[in-house]
Design a binder for this molecule. Sequence first.
Ligand code: MG
Length: 162
Amino acid sequence: MTQLRVGQGYDVHQLVEGRKLIIGGVAIPFERGLLGHSDADVLYHAVADALLGAAGLGDIGQHFPPSDDRYKDADSGELLAVVWGLVSAEGYRTIHNIDIVIMAERPKMAPHIPAMKKNLARILNVAEKQIGLKATTTETLGFVGREEGIAVSAVCLISSHE
Ligand code: MG
């Protein structure tokens, strides 16, 4: 019996002065960066939550609590690899696809998308063609439009074979 499971993840981080902007493992040149306890990689966090959600394993806040100093300035790529390890240990060995939307008014994400995809494919051991990754502005509306933060939404489909 193959068990198919869908998962969704959503994350937001605030844009502030004096931080690096790291999205999908790519350091993007910009005058501000994302605030967070870890490196605040909003894309890796959303994908991690989608995978954990699909497996019914809670969320990254439970697995890597911000109160734990081990995760201060943590490389979220490493956290994502640990998450995929937890999900596969539950028997979910296949990622069929992941689809991701980055919501950011500025800077332009398009030039960095190929590198982000490559990073995700490497960490999760999937082919790049199984990853959908796109970016949108919100037409100056809301917190994204006011450039107060960046949001990422992700869905994934994974399966186990019993
Ligand atoms: Mg986060």
